[in-house]
Design a protein around this ligand. Sequence first.
Ligand code: FEO
Length: 171
Amino acid sequence: MNSQVAALLKNQVNKEFYSAYLYLAFSNYYYGENLDGFGHWFQVQAREELDHALKFLKYLQDNNEKVELNAIDAPNVSFSNFREPLTAALKHEQYVTGLIHAIFRQAREVDDFRCCQFLEWFIAEQGEEEKSTGDLIAKYDLLGGDAKGLYMLNSELKGRPLATEEPAAAE
Ligand code: FEO
């Protein structure tokens, strides 16, 4: 594997673990504020990020790359209102999209078609994550302004299912 592509992929393993840790911190914040639906929503998000980290790790392992597991930064979670973590999440997803695009650009530059194909899943996933986070901000802006609306939105968010790793096998 091209050394620059490998270095970017290895860095991404850490970034995805950081994303999981960041969302777990958001989840923890909301549980502490008695908004268990928001807490649940971000816990599901954290699990998805863990899954992303493991996908990058497996890809590197499958391609005979040695991966060092580096320290994960502590997330900053001091917020002055319930909306702030939502906008921080969107900003973070946009940042991660940029990272994925940078890896793709490098892989394309060196004709690493396998890596480009591997990254296509993540490019689509980033689109979905930016949309779901943006949608959540829009809902918050519609409903979050009063206690009744916030209660309703919190109840709705409790229903977010865990994403399944693979589609269920056909019977
Ligand atoms: Fe793994 Fe939310 O990007």
